[in-house]
Design a binder for this molecule. Structure first.
Ligand SMILES: [Zn+2]
Ligand SMILES: [Zn+2]
Length: 277
């Protein structure tokens, strides 16, 4: 079984997003039975092109919540997934604000784009999804979009989790017990805790409580980038002994018997996928 994550962006928060200090394109998750595009914010399509990855082969798009660093390229992903709207295929998964809209947030996908996909599904904490044959558990988060959630992917080689934007609490962390690889949105550095997000100190608390094999920082805000994301990750590893790496744009993570980090080759030409008109 293969399970590969490619970071199409490692930035997050409004300043990193508006200046594209890092890309904010989310993650591509490739498994035996399909390909998921998770949280396609600004830069998602640019990064897909850079690594020569055809959005016509994406099977599902999942959007954790209705903030632009997580959804703004979603309609383009859906147009890719449906080969320009000509082939009814692919599934759209999102929280209530993403798909339906509520309390002044969203919806962030138009009725047209929901209609051209083969199916749509609203998820809530406690749901267990079958996404193209992959089991995905949906967890609680504490965020300014109250419908936001976190995710655990069940692979043959253990659990891989993505917490999405949330505050830290032991209660939130405990949902990820037994996870092997934890992808944490660490928006701010040590000593800079802000409402509804995690900072490096929270990553230390998470590492001590859950002790995964690997923690990956993503959703990096401008302040942690200025401070040095790699040194902030090293701080977690030094304090807890848990391997911790600040992800970089186009980094790949292969989860097998071992967890192997690599880098997707980056191209910069006028590549056009084969199915394109
Ligand atoms: Zn965010
Ligand atoms: Zn958010």
């Amino acid at each position: 079984m293969t399970f590969r994550i490619t970071f199409l962006g490692t930035g997050g928060g409004r300043h990193t997003t508006m200046y594209q200090v890092r890309s904010t394109g989310g993650m591509l998750i490739e498994h035996d039975d399909g390909r998921i595009h998770m949280d396609p914010g600004p830069g998602a399509m640019t990064q897909m092109h850079r690594i020569h990855c055809d959005p016509g082969e994406t099977d599902s798009v999942m959007i954790s919540h209705c903030h632009p660093d997580h959804y703004s390229d979603a309609e383009s992903v859906i147009e890719g997934m449906t080969r320009g709207g000509w082939v009814k295929r692919g599934h759209v998964y999102g929280s209530p604000t993403v798909i339906e809209g509520c309390d002044g947030l969203g919806p962030c996908i138009s009725p047209y784009h929901l209609r051209i996909a083969a199916g749509k599904r609203v998820f809530r904490p406690g749901d267990v999804l079958d996404v193209d044959g992959l089991r995905v558990d949906i967890h609680r988060a504490v965020h300014s979009d109250p419908t936001n959630v976190g995710f655990t992917f069940h692979t043959e080689f253990g659990k891989v989790s993505y917490l999405s934007d949330t505050e830290y609490s032991d209660d939130i962390a405990d949902q990820y017990e037994g996870t092997r690889v934890a992808i944490l949105p660490v928006t701010t550095p040590s000593g800079n805790r802000i409402h509804y997000h995690m900072c490096t100190d929270d990553a230390i608390l998470f590492a001590e409580r859950i002790r995964p094999e690997l923690i990956l920082f993503t959703h990096l805000g401008v302040v942690i980038l200025k401070r040095g994301a790699a040194s902030e990750a090293a701080m977690v590893e030094d304090a807890t002994g848990v391997r911790t790496v600040a992800a970089r744009d186009r980094m790949t993570v292969d989860v097998g018997k071992d967890v192997i980090l690599g880098e997707a080759p980056s191209y910069d030409d006028e590549w056009i996928p084969h199915w394109s008109p």
